[in-house]
Structure formats: C-alpha cells, structure tokens
Design a binder for this molecule. Structure first.
Ligand SMILES: [Zn+2]
Length: 267
C-alpha cells in the first residue's frame, strides 16, 4: 500500500511515468487493465522510449489508441546496436520526419550484456545526440557498466542547448553531481526501493529539481512488487519512497517531478 497518499488526495494526471515499455509483448494480454490501473492512481502521462525498428509499430499504435496519455521517443537502444546499426538508424531517421516524437531515446552505451559492439555503440550514440541537437529534443540515456564511456561522448558532443536524463540511474553521488552539473536530470526508479542498492543514500542528497521518476516497466518493479512484472501504477511506490527520503509529501514529489518531466520533454 502507498504510505502517505490517500485516495481522495489523488488528482488525475498528477504523475508522469518518464520511462515505460508498456507497448511490449509482456502486456499483450492485459494492457487495457494496466492502463486503467495507472490512470486510477493518478498517472496522467507515460513517456515511451523506443528500442529499435521492430518496436516502432507497437509503440506508435499504442500512442494512437489513447490520445493524450502516451508520449513516444525515437532512438536505437544500445543493446540493439549490431553490425547493421546504420540501417537501423536510417529507418528511425525516416520515421522522425513522419511523426512527432518527444525525445531521442533510449540511447547510450551498455557494456553489461555485450562488449563486442562498443565502437558501434559509441558511434550510434554520437549520431543520435546529433539528431537531438538538430531537432532540439532531449535525450534519454541508458548507461550500464559504462558511465565513463557515456560521459566521454557526452562531453565531446555537448552543447548548451542539449538536455536529457540519465534514466535508471545507479551511480555514485560523485557521478550524480557530474550529471546535474551538466544540467541533466536523473531518472529514479524501483531500484531506489531495493534494500541493498544504496541508492537511497545517493538520491536523498540530490536536489529534487534534478529528479524525474520512472518505472522502466516491465522491468525493475519496486518493493513491495519486486520480482514481478512492473507497471506504471507502481510509480506511486517510488514517489512514496522519494518523499520519505526527502522529508516531504508524495503530493509534493508528484508536483516537482511532474514539472521537471514537463520541462524536459515539453509535454
Ligand atoms: Zn528502457
């Protein structure tokens, strides 16, 4: 149960889930129920990061099915960067001219699953940051065992207008400061509620103006749902935990993180 937010306090649309893959096949049997539960706890907007050319259609079909709820991004996920990444990027670039997207994502570098395409990952990351700068869109960055590699590219490609978020942040306080010094946001998800993650110590030291919240569903369900499929309605568990750490109310967390998300993605 949510700790400090009673039902009558919920304003419809108070939260933004800034990272959900609800268009994925994990939700094909009960997607409508999942959406209804999210709306009923106050999730008013859900940002959809893309993976590669194969996820575009399900993501855009879902976006069109419930007007005003979903905000799609476009980008090639680092774990989908293989030999054919230039062809993938070509397809995505074609779609960029066809539809409205709210950011470039998710992009970045992942050295946890596979290191063999590091050069390609760096190149794809660089190219897509270029798209973001040209289209004046924010970037949603995926980092896994790759903070220094990501930061090196980001420093080289940086321009004052470039903005974005380090989604699913799991770094140190020093790394968090590097992110916020650059003016980037930190995406907080269920990992914050995991007992041994140590993220509570880091996140409680970060000014709320730098934070956005996300589920990353279907992955990383927060406590007490840990280990199960994640969904947007569990965002309230993350907001509750954040409120506790920052000694404030869940309502205040909703207000600040929603404002941050609106500004970042121009929602
Ligand atoms: Zn993701």
């Amino acid at each position: 149960m949510r700790a400090n937010l009673s039902l009558h306090e919920i304003n419809i649309g108070m939260f933004v889930d800034t990272h959900s893959h609800i268009y994925s096949s994990e939700f094909s049997l009960d997607r409508d129920e999942v959406i209804a539960r999210a709306v009923s706890v106050g999730i008013g907007r859900i940002v959809l990061p893309n993976i590669d050319s194969s996820s575009l259609k399900p993501m855009l079909d879902l976006t069109d099915s419930v007007p005003g709820l979903f905000f799609p991004l476009i980008g090639l996920h680092p774990t989908s960067v293989k030999e054919d990444f230039r062809k993938e990027l070509q397809i995505l670039e074609y779609w960029m001219g066809k539809r409205k997207f709210y950011g470039i994502g998710e992009i970045g570098i992942d050295l946890y699953w596979d290191k063999s395409f590091l050069e390609e990952q760096i190149e794809a990351f660089r190219i897509q940051i270029g798209w973001a700068k040209k289209a004046q869109l924010p970037i949603v960055i995926h980092v896994r065992d790759s903070f220094s590699e990501v930061f090196e590219v980001l420093r080289e490609e940086y321009s004052a207008e470039l903005k974005g978020v380090f989604h699913s942040f799991t770094g140190t306080i020093d790394q968090a400061k590097q992110v916020t010094d650059l003016g980037f946001k930190i995406g907080v998800n269920g990992i914050l509620t995991f007992k041994k993650s140590g993220m509570d110590e880091v996140i409680k030291q970060i000014n709320l103006k730098y934070l956005v919240i996300e589920t990353d569903s279907p992955w990383l369900a927060p406590a007490p749902h840990r280990g199960r499929r994640n969904e947007s309605s569990y965002l309230t568990n993350i907001a509750d935990k954040l409120a506790l750490l920052h000694n404030t109310s869940t309502k205040e967390i909703a207000k600040i993180t929603t404002k941050n998300a609106q500004e970042l993605f121009d929602l």
